[in-house]
Design a protein around this ligand. Structure first.
Ligand SMILES: Cc1cc2nc3c(=O)[nH]c(=O)nc-3n(C[C@H](O)[C@H](O)[C@H](O)COP(=O)(O)OP(=O)(O)OC[C@H]3O[C@@H](n4cnc5c(N)ncnc54)[C@H](O)[C@@H]3O)c2cc1C
Length: 381
């Protein structure tokens, strides 16, 4: 009898896995379950451009380099060929971020969808729970299904994936989960953001824990109504997510004008007759007013150039998971065979992508992990 391989989740991981299995195992019937639209997160990724790869990808960009290493390196060795076989043409920007040549996420999605057309059965249903007997019985909202091999690619709780359904399905499979936290997300901070909301500055953002520098990122910082956002802030959030119990000890320091050094600034403010006006020469009005307001409160205790180069915000919280691009935490890695990504103590159960307790920083690493883990699972079924 033809073996049935069921994949729960049609994100980048599930789609890539379905495609690779259809190439490697022509004798198997592949069924892909998706409760929403296929690749719904691909569509919105990279601001609609889908940053799906990174030229500099390596295990060090993930929370658990040791676990990721073998699977990732194998994928990276074959990456060019895999993307070429798919018909995925792409380019890397100056920072190594990989996008489709069209700069449209839809191109990536359409290519993946076309690659599985007529080879994979797509079922529009939500799998509520799974029973493991001699076969897997997948209990869907619409009906039940049977499968010989089950691949879990149902992502995590970011971007509208219902948290209760996620836990319910995972519990029915006896998966061990580590705590789930927002990872690439805005950061709620202590400060006065009223007039700053919506304003953007090109800054250097430094994450400080108790007086020690943890990481420095450059980029655009967006002021929210109660905190900071932007890709560089997301990357700081990912560090805090992995040390969440010490959240209180983190501060973000912004260099609000990285293009000018302290001497330049001191020159500008030397003998200044109108400090606010001079601040407005180098900062947006609202930002200048905020700096000025702090400066007047701290007068005589701080040099203005120091304040501009080290504008601090105390971290209060990470934004909720609904606002997070990526979640840290997931299926505990010590319950997964790192070579095959098989769930230990189950013969024919595999997990991949963001469902696993693997997360990377911003820059294409997360989709590429979904691809890499899918590639590995599909090879060794
Ligand atoms: C706004 C935004 C921008 C992003 N930009 C980037 C980027 O540029 N680069 C990057 O690398 N990463 C980016 N990410 C992160 C990236 O999208 C994820 O890491 C990646 O999609 C994870 O792939 P996955 O296949 O493991 O899971 P998902 O993409 O989450 O796919 C899982 C799928 O399973 C489906 N599903 C869930 N439960 C069930 C069920 N019970 N039954 C049936 N179907 C189910 C879901 O609907 C979903 O389609 C972004 C995320 C967001 C939200």
């Amino acid at each position: 009898m033809q073996q049935v391989v069921a994949i729960i989740g049609g994100g980048p991981g599930g789609l890539m896995c379905a495609y690779q299995i259809s190439q490697n195992f022509k004798d198997k019937k592949i069924v892909l379950f998706e409760k929403r639209a296929l690749g719904n997160r691909i569509r919105v990724s990279g601001n609609g451009r889908c940053n799906f790869s990174n030229l500099h990808n390596s295990a060090t960009h993930y929370n658990d380099p040791q676990f990721v290493q073998e699977v990732l390196d194998d994928f990276l060795t074959h990456r060019e060929q895999i993307y070429r076989d798919l018909g995925l043409y792409y380019h890397y920007d100056s920072e190594g971020r990989g996008y489709p040549l069209t700069n449209s996420a839809l191109t990536v999605l359409n290519i993946l969808k076309r690659a599985i057309k007529n080879k994979v059965m797509i079922v529009d249903d939500e799998i509520i729970e799974v029973e493991e007997n001699s076969q897997y019985v997948l209990k869907g909202k619409k009906q039940n299904y049977e499968a010989d091999i089950l691949i879990l690619a149902y992502g995590n709780i970011a971007y509208g994936n219902d948290i209760n359904s996620f836990y319910h399905l995972s519990e029915s499979l006896n998966l061990a989960l580590t705590p789930l936290r927002s990872s690439l997300c805005p950061i709620k901070c202590d400060g006065n953001f009223k007039k700053l909301e919506g304003k953007r500055v090109k800054a250097t953002a430094t994450l400080i824990k108790d007086q020690s520098l943890i990481v420095k990122e450059q980029g655009e910082v967006l002021f929210k109504k109660d905190g900071l956002s932007g890709i560089c802030i997301f990357n700081l959030a990912s560090f805090i997510a992995h040390d969440y119990q010490n959240l209180d000890s983190y501060t973000i320091s912004l260099d609000l004008v990285p293009s000018l050094n302290k001497d330049d600034l001191n020159q500008l403010f030397k003998n200044s007759k109108d400090v606010l006006f001079d601040l407005q020469k180098i900062l947006l009005d609202e930002v200048a007013k905020e700096v000025y307001s702090r400066y007047t409160k701290m007068k005589n205790k701080i040099v203005l150039s120091d304040l501009i180069k080290d504008f601090q915000y105390k971290v209060i919280a990470l934004y909720p998971y609904q606002d997070s691009q990526v979640i840290s935490g997931g299926v505990a890695l010590d319950t997964i065979d790192p070579h095959t990504l098989r769930v230990k103590n189950h013969h024919r159960l595999y997990a991949l992508g963001e469902l696993l307790d693997v997360d990377g920083v911003s820059g294409g690493y997360n989709i590429e992990w979904a691809f890499a883990s899918a590639y590995r699972v599909s090879k060794l079924l």
